[in-house]
Design a protein around this ligand. Structure first.
Ligand SMILES: Cc1cc2nc3c(=O)[nH]c(=O)nc-3n(C[C@H](O)[C@H](O)[C@H](O)COP(=O)(O)O)c2cc1C
Length: 188
């Protein structure tokens, strides 16, 4: 049998149309557990997650309003909004953890794969106001927001504004392996 990429890696993509179906607290807990299984520098586990279900209107809006206008337009329909937050220093010696964002990426990769296996989809967002997030979500000193993530089940793309409908595709272009790999030295 020929080898291939894991089906859940191929299946994953970032939708903007989410269904109205909620995600149970139990399922969300599984996603966060999967995130927490990631490797991290000195096992610091610098990831923290501030989240709200859509039904929890007050907290959901707190998160939603930190997003850019563009992201708010579609992320308002997510079942859950999450702000990923990094602890900036190591707990044992207070030194800066240069890899905290890297480790959050690993954690979110795990969360994403676990979600895909449960037919749940993620849409990561860098489009948010950092200062507003720190204030509105009461982010502690020595922590910083990294991304927001909209999570939910797939919805009907007809609910999206016209300009977003055409971008709603599971097939985004990808660089070839040749373009991203170098043997020994990177060169010019
Ligand atoms: C760190 C990060 C930040 C992103 N920020 C945004 C964003 O603010 N708004 C948005 O619509 N999509 C955002 N995206 C989604 C990317 O555009 C998307 O992942 C990329 O086009 C590849 O498509 P795919 O995830 O469907 O394979 C972000 C993705 C990542 C990983």
């Amino acid at each position: 049998m020929s080898k291939s990429i894991l089906p859940n890696i191929t299946k994953r993509w970032s939708p903007r149309a989410f269904s109205s179906k909620s995600i149970s607290e139990e399922d969300l807990d599984l996603l966060f557990k999967a995130a927490g299984k990631a490797a991290s520098s000195y096992n610091e586990q610098p990831w923290r997650f501030v989240y709200a279900h859509r039904e929890d209107t007050q907290n959901f809006n707190l998160l939603l309003e930190c997003l850019t206008e563009f992201n708010q337009k579609w992320a308002k329909n997510a079942a859950v909004l999450v702000a990923t937050v990094a602890k900036k220093s190591f707990s044992n010696n207070g030194k800066p953890n240069a890899h905290s964002w890297h480790d959050i990426g690993l954690a979110m990769g795990n969360l994403s794969l676990q979600a895909t296996s449960m037919d749940i989809y993620l849409h990561h967002m860098a489009g948010y106001d950092k200062e507003k997030t720190i204030e509105s979500l009461n982010i502690r000193a020595d922590y910083e927001p990294v991304t927001f993530v909209a999570i939910g089940y797939l919805g009907d793309k007809e609910q999206l504004p016209d300009n977003l409908k055409e971008q709603e595709t599971p097939e985004s272009p990808r660089k070839d392996v040749d373009e991203i790999t170098f043997v020994g030295q990177m060169g010019k």
